[in-house]
Design a protein around this ligand. Structure first.
Ligand code: B12
Ligand code: SF4
Ligand code: SF4
Length: 322
């Protein structure tokens, strides 16, 4: 940035990100993530990535963002709050949708907002290159969020901010432009381990480490529709039809949640749960109309129906036991 001091540009870009509707913004220097990658390799070695084959590839990019965008100097990290003041209605024969999936798909909402910030960086420095990400590449987004001072990694492995809790998505802008850098956020979990105790499937196998083979979002969102759930997953679905929020629901830091300014994250059709019979009988046409631009389209109709059948069976078994 030739004509204005680095600190002025840093302040300007951060304010621009806040004006674009992000709740938090921080900037980390693009260094090699050596320590983080040691933990990551151990996670892979233990098989905690389940069937997420893409996690086995592109280690070079996770270690070094310069392998994605040559010459990257800065990693700009933003938090997109998705909290809305609604709850799951406690109704029989319904399945709970995870909070992040109540509104429109963040993969459709966030990139355009990130591109606006990237354009502003390029306006300040016409020689700068940029690349934006949100859950779309081989980037350790949570680790960059910690380094950029957005929050710390909670024992449930999600990033928590002291100001807004953990109901936010992470957005990343890699850039060759240089800024002033933030300090990493210290850990404020202390002696609490409410998330580990509350997890219905004991997927938090040790503090900060989640085994995806046990984690409900892996089964209900990421597995192919023809993959049946193992019995220990079916027995512990705990009412979840799509995703799971239990570890974040119990986190004391989520008392600091604030309502999102992004209307597209308000619950579509005011739904936070779905009637299991409606899901089981849904036609492909109904599914594509109702879940167009929704995160639920990821599981496909057959996947959502597999989830609904497993949950229905479990709810009926529980009723018979009572
Ligand atoms: C793979 C993935 C999943 C997998 C695996 C989960 C996981 N914990 O990795 C599954 C499908 C299960 C999943 C579920 C969810 N996900 Co997800 N997921 C990802 C993805 C694509 C990669 C994450 C990754 O790299 N995992 C690899 C592991 C090894 O990383 P890690 O969990 O951070 O593990 C580190 C720690 O274990 C650490 N460690 C080990 N020992 C110790 C000790 C100490 C003291 C410390 C501090 C750390 C530490 O070392 C590891 C590596 O550094 C990211 C997007 C991205 N590209 O980053 C989104 C992402 C992490 N997911 C996100 C969300 C919202 C979710 C869900 C909440 C969705 C839902 N409600 O259903 C759940 C949360 C489940 C949970 N408790 O983690 C958000 C999290 C936002 C936030 N505030 O943190 C992300 C960042 C997407 C985004 N752009 O917003 N997800
Ligand atoms: S998302 Fe659910 S299953 Fe996964 S770690 Fe959190 S509480 Fe456990
Ligand atoms: S529930 Fe407690 S241990 Fe878990 S992430 Fe929140 S503060 Fe940390």
């Amino acid at each position: 940035m030739k004509h204005s001091p680095k600190s002025q540009n840093t302040h300007h870009i951060k304010q621009f990100a806040l004006d674009a509707g992000f709740s938090l913004v921080g900037i980390a220097q693009a260094v090699l993530l050596n320590d983080e990658m040691q933990n990551f390799s151990e996670w892979l070695r233990q098989g905690f990535h389940a069937g997420l084959g893409y996690m086995e590839r592109n280690d070079d990019k996770r270690l070094d963002v310069g392998a994605i965008l040559p010459g990257t100097r800065s990693v700009v990290v933003v938090a997109q709050n998705y909290y809305t003041p609604h709850h799951h209605k406690d109704s029989a024969h319904h399945g709970k949708i995870s909070r992040y999936a109540w509104g429109d798909d963040y993969h459709d909402v966030i990139p355009a907002k990130l591109e606006r910030i990237a354009d502003e960086i390029k306006r300040l420095d016409p020689e700068a290159a940029t690349k934006v990400y949100t859950d779309t590449g081989a980037i350790l987004e949570k680790q960059w969020a910690v380094r950029a001072g957005i929050g710390w990694q909670g024992k449930h492995s999600n990033i928590i901010s002291r100001e807004i809790g953990s109901w936010f998505f992470i957005g990343i802008i890699l850039t060759t432009a240089e800024f002033d850098y933030d300090s990493p956020m210290p850990d404020y979990c202390g002696t609490c381990n409410a998330c580990q105790q509350a997890c219905p499937t004991s997927a938090i196998v040790q503090p900060y480490v989640v085994d995806a083979r046990k984690c409900l979002p892996y089964w209900t969102i990421e597995t192919k529709p023809d993959k049946d759930f193992p019995p220990e997953v079916v027995q512990n679905l705990d009412g979840w039809l799509f995703g799971c929020d239990t570890c974040q629901d119990v986190c004391p830091w989520n008392r600091f949640q604030k309502e999102s300014s992004e209307d597209r994250f308000q619950p579509r059709f005011e739904e936070t749960t779905l009637n299991l019979n409606v899901v089981k009988q849904m036609t492909p046409e109904e599914f594509s109309t109702r879940f167009r631009k929704s995160p639920l389209k990821r599981s496909k109709l057959a996947g959502l129906q597999r989830n609904a059948s497993a949950l229905d069976k479990q709810q009926k078994a529980d009723e018979n036991d009572e």
